[in-house]
Design a protein around this ligand. Structure first.
Ligand SMILES: [Zn+2]
Length: 265
């Protein structure tokens, strides 16, 4: 399939000025300790505290994953830098300096102060990255490099859908929690489709974003085409809800009803 090229992707760190101001305060005597091993790659440049052979294996796996997700979504692969910090403390120190809005997260994807698309996360154990977090943030990198202002529900929905690999596989734990929520999902989904900023999503929104994105991809014959249409650039002055309606090709409420029906045990 031919790649879809979208102009002017953006994934700026929210509150960049605040982050830089905080960085000035924090920079004195407390620079982050960067991971020791760097594996340059065609798609992913990996920095991690692992012996070179182990680091190279992780870099190959990360590159293969990013290639697969990019192909699945029909977009070109990004060029991303990945920092795997040896501890949560070192990750927070780095994020405080570069993107303070994300400093409490297990992982983050953003444009760093040197202009490079950057994924940062902490090692789980033995210096290895936590794989679902790495896949989640690498998916954000694919979207950030290709999609202007992605709709928060779709950005987080896809990042979660690919946490278990590409092509995506179902997640029985999430599905069970979603089924319990089914009677109350209608108004929540309507609100979710209207949200403009990622920071507006709570934990339940994340769960519904996963479920709705999974439903579009797997319960509908034209799911991938619909997802690709939703990843198209926003029209001038278009709200997220209008953009979703255009991408879905029908009023989002119709899809929402079908989705809720699909949750019935
Ligand atoms: Zn995310």
């Amino acid at each position: 399939m031919s790649p879809v090229l979208f102009p002017t992707p953006t994934h700026k760190c929210p509150g960049r000025r605040a982050a830089l101001a905080l960085a000035l305060v924090l920079a004195v005597g407390c620079a982050p300790t960067f991971p020791a091993t760097c594996v340059p790659g065609r798609i992913v440049e990996l920095h991690v505290d692992l012996p070179p052979d182990d680091a190279a294996r992780f870099a190959r796996e990360a590159e293969a994953f990013v290639s697969d997700v990019s192909r699945y979504l029909g977009v070109p692969p990004p060029k991303a830098r990945v920092y795997v910090f040896g501890s949560g403390w070192r990750l927070r120190r780095y994020l405080n300096r570069e993107c303070a809005a994300f400093h409490e997260r297990a992982g983050a994807c953003f444009e760093a102060s040197d202009g490079r698309l950057t994924v940062a996360l902490a090692a789980a154990d033995a210096g290895c990255p936590e794989t679902p977090v790495l896949r989640h943030e690498l998916t954000h990198a694919v979207i950030a490099a290709n999609v202007a202002r992605p709709m928060p529900w779709l950005d987080e929905g896809l990042a979660q859908v690919f946490e278990r690999g590409c092509p995506p596989v179902d997640d029985p734990g999430r599905r069970a929690r979603l089924t319990d929520l089914a009677p109350r999902i209608g108004p929540r989904l309507t609100r979710l489709l209207r949200l403009e900023r990622h920071a507006q999503l709570d934990r339940t929104d994340y769960l519904i974003a996963w479920g709705f994105t999974w439903f579009l991809l797997h319960d509908r014959a034209d799911g991938r085409r619909v997802i690709r249409a939703c990843l198209g650039p926003p029209a001038l002055g278009e709200t997220p809800f209008q953009r979703a309606a255009r991408g879905l090709g029908a009023p989002p409420d119709e899809f929402a009803r079908e989705f809720i029906r699909s949750l019935r045990p």
